[in-house]
Design a protein around this ligand. Structure first.
Ligand SMILES: CC(C)(COP(=O)(O)OP(=O)(O)OC[C@H]1O[C@@H](n2cnc3c(N)ncnc32)[C@H](O)[C@@H]1OP(=O)(O)O)[C@@H](O)C(=O)NCCC(=O)NCCS
Length: 163
């Protein structure tokens, strides 16, 4: 595939109000609810990049919840591509919580999600390569490549170079 796309084209911001059904009896939003929305935002980025494919989650790196998110707050997820191999894509999702009463925003964490594009037979399929336009794009790509090598090594799928 010769098609190349920039990370800018698939950037996604998702804002969701947290409701009582998302939280424990003390009002703290469940980590699993946050992870569900992280997965959704990463899936949107992958789908915008890979378009006519089925994008599935291959892995989510270890996540730490730095600050609580409460019922009535907005969960704000800012997701973008860092790195693309053949069929796999590393999406970085920044997680923030906004107090809707006073507008203050708190960074609550960052997640790295690997999405894989599948064709109509369910086989991994090639996606457009990333156009690296800025120094930031290049640094993100290099760091994403290093993280991908570590996670593939952990999964017993280590490859030294891009396929
Ligand atoms: C993700 C999945 C398609 C990989 O299938 P596979 O048979 O291991 O295929 P391959 O070994 O050919 O790998 C395909 C791509 O996935 C990547 N990959 C596989 N396992 C990975 C992992 N644990 N972490 C990151 N990337 C992974 C490979 O590096 C490869 O990427 P590349 O084409 O860019 O080089 C398969 O494991 C799957 O379908 N998992 C379930 C996905 C799902 O349903 N997710 C929803 C949550 S349950």
């Amino acid at each position: 595939m010769n098609l190349r796309k920039s990370a800018h084209e698939s950037r996604t911001e998702l804002t969701v109000m947290m409701l009582p059904s998302d939280a424990n009896p003390k009002g703290n939003v469940f980590g699993g609810v946050i992870m569900k929305h992280v997965d959704l935002a990463a899936g949107l980025v992958a789908k915008r990049h890979a378009r006519n494919t089925n994008c599935v989650t291959a892995s989510i790196d270890r996540m730490t919840f730095l600050k609580p998110v409460y019922i009535g707050h907005a969960l704000i997820l800012s997701a973008r591509l860092n790195y693309v191999r053949r069929s796999s894509m590393e999406v970085e999702v920044g997680i923030e919580s906004e107090n809707l009463d006073d507008g203050t925003r708190v960074r609550t964490g960052t997640a790295f999600v690997t999405m894989v594009a599948l064709d109509s037979n369910g086989s991994p399929t090639e996606v457009p390569q990333l156009v690296l336009k800025t120094t930031d794009d290049r640094i993100r790509f290099q760091k994403g490549e290093a993280r991908m090598q570590s996670r593939l090594k952990e999964a017993g799928k280590f490859q030294k170079t891009n396929p």
